[in-house]
Design a protein around this ligand. Structure first.
Ligand code: NAI
Length: 465
């Protein structure tokens, strides 16, 4: 039997990054992964391939509709979906191969196979009918999450599809119906809408992007609508039926009235659930909540000594970067150091056009918590760089504590919001005030000036408005 200090089940962003940190700290480390490729959902069928398609589809739209604005005339723009998918595959392969190199470089042993706890401290790994046993002082569960299936309309891979299927359609559906207006629904809906599909989004709640500040969500929905996407909010899906090569979705509106939508495919994107079945939790005595979440303490310890859990398996947003930080923190904790994740400011991004990026609290949350706050807003239409990019949709909204001026939340809807939010995260991490941001020199002309202007707004001294 092979013996290690640190064994991780699952090589997604939580698991593989934890492996590197553990190895850096001198722990003899093994990473167990059932799939041939490392990287988990994020790299193989999540964050990365979706970003590849979002980028490609945005270029396609630009070539068709936006190049003219720049005086560039192109005739006969055509879609080569196969080439677009091949590019996506190449990006995924490049990154996942890179992780394998990183494992070698850091002397992490990679074991390919399905890992299962058999007892505290013991893992059985099965691969091609063979089984090996691994013993470890610390075991980190990082098996991620899987798409939630609606019980009355199970995935069939053809008409009722999940996010993995929707990353690899071999044709552009005439009408794609999307259930759920969260990150997956809006991102993949955008991809297929840009590539020519009619896209209808059916959402149970009264707003898209449920985690977002209401004003930002309304503006995002407006932008997506102007791009051709249809929204059915406060609408509860009740069933579906395949008929004559089409699929018919039934839903109830806010008044309880029944409606139907007919399309070629239905993408169900109603959230994900922890992938905690089949990991041998029962055998090892690890407790689990009804939802599938594994309860852990602030040091990621489960109820069983020596077994830890991170990422989508535990509470908190199901985000790759949250899992990554937990992966680092747990390795440091196991090694007796003070690993720590600041959960209050984890950024949340939706990579639509415009992008939505958020850190800290929303206006609604501030009201709920009875916090006296001020807001500062700056619209990208007043930003020189946004104008030259031709991307003026959206705004930056800053929330500050009314008494101390400290930043409470930053909400960015606009071009490259995903990159811009890093300044806001840093500001919240160091407990900066709006005045700090307002006095910081921002390069001109840049999109980041919109953050400065919003901060100046909260400080009552905006310049460009
Ligand atoms: P989500 O939880 O973000 O959104 C699901 C949406 O479906 C919610 O708005 C919910 O109200 C709605 N819904 C649930 N049941 C419904 C029903 N029966 N009928 C109509 N609407 C219904 O989940 P999503 O988009 O599937 O993403 C899963 C996870 O992956 C999330 O935690 C998300 O944060 C993460 N993710 C993050 C990305 C990013 O960071 N850019 C990209 C993709 C996914």
């Amino acid at each position: 039997m092979d013996k290690y200090n640190y064994a991780i089940i699952g090589a997604g962003p939580g698991g593989y990054i934890s492996a590197i940190r553990a190895a850096q700290l001198g722990l003899k480390t093994v990473l167990i992964e059932k799939d041939d490729r490392l990287g988990g959902t994020c790299l193989n069928v999540g964050c990365i391939p979706s970003k590849a398609l979002l980028e490609s589809s945005e270029w396609f739209t630009a070539a068709k509709h936006k190049f003219n604005d720049h005086g560039i005339i192109i005739h006969g723009v055509e879609l080569d979906l196969r080439a677009m998918m091949a590019r996506k595959e190449w990006i995924v392969k490049t990154l996942t191969d890179g992780i394998a190199v990183l494992m070698k470089k850091n002397k992490v042993t990679v074991v390919n196979g399905m890992g299962r706890l058999t007892a505290p401290g013991l893992i059985a790994v099965e691969h091609n009918g063979q089984s090996i046993e691994i013993e470890a002082d610390a075991i980190i569960l990082a098996t991620g999450s899987i798409p939630i299936e609606l019980p009355f309309m199970p995935f069939d891979g053809k008409y009722i599809v999940n996010s993995t299927d929707a990353l690899s359609f071999d044709f552009v559906p005439e009408h794609l119906i999307v259930v759920g207006a969260g990150a997956i629904g809006l991102e993949l809906g955008s991809v297929w809408n840009r590539l020519g599909a009619k896209v209808s989004i059916v959402e149970m709640l009264p707003q898209v992007a449920p985690f977002a500040d209401k004003q930002m969500a309304i503006m995002l929905q407006r932008s997506l609508k102007s791009q051709g996407m249809d929204f059915y909010l406060k609408s509860k899906v009740t069933g579906s039926e395949v008929k004559n090569g089409k699929v018919i979705l039934t839903y109830e509106d806010a008044k309880g009235e029944a409606h139907t939508l007919e399309g070629n495919k239905i993408l169900v994107a109603v959230g994900r659930k922890p992938n905690s079945a089949n990991v041998g939790l029962k055998e090892a005595g690890v407790m689990i909540e009804k939802s599938g979440i594994i309860p852990v303490d602030s040091k990621y310890r489960t109820n069983v000594k020596g077994i830890y859990a991170i990422g989508d398996l535990i509470q908190g947003p199901m985000l790759a970067h949250k899992a990554e930080e937990e992966g680092i923190a747990v390795a440091e904790i196991v090694e007796g150091k003070g690993g720590y994740v600041n959960y209050d400011i984890i950024p949340n991004v939706i990579y639509t056009s415009p992008e939505l990026a958020v850190t800290g609290i929303s206006e609604e949350e501030a009201k709920r918590r009875n916090i006296k706050y001020k807001t500062g807003k700056f619209y990208f239409r007043g930003n020189g760089r946004a104008l030259s990019l031709g991307e003026t949709d959206g705004l930056v909204k800053v929330l500050t504590d009314a008494e101390t001026g400290k930043l409470l939340g930053v909400h960015i809807l606009g071009p490259r919001a995903s990159d811009l939010i890093a300044e806001a995260v840093l500001a919240l991490e160091v407990e900066a005030t709006a005045e700090d941001i307002g006095r910081m020199v921002h390069a001109h002309p840049t999109l980041s000036e919109a953050i400065k202007e919003a901060a100046l707004g909260a400080d009552g001294r905006q310049i460009h408005s």
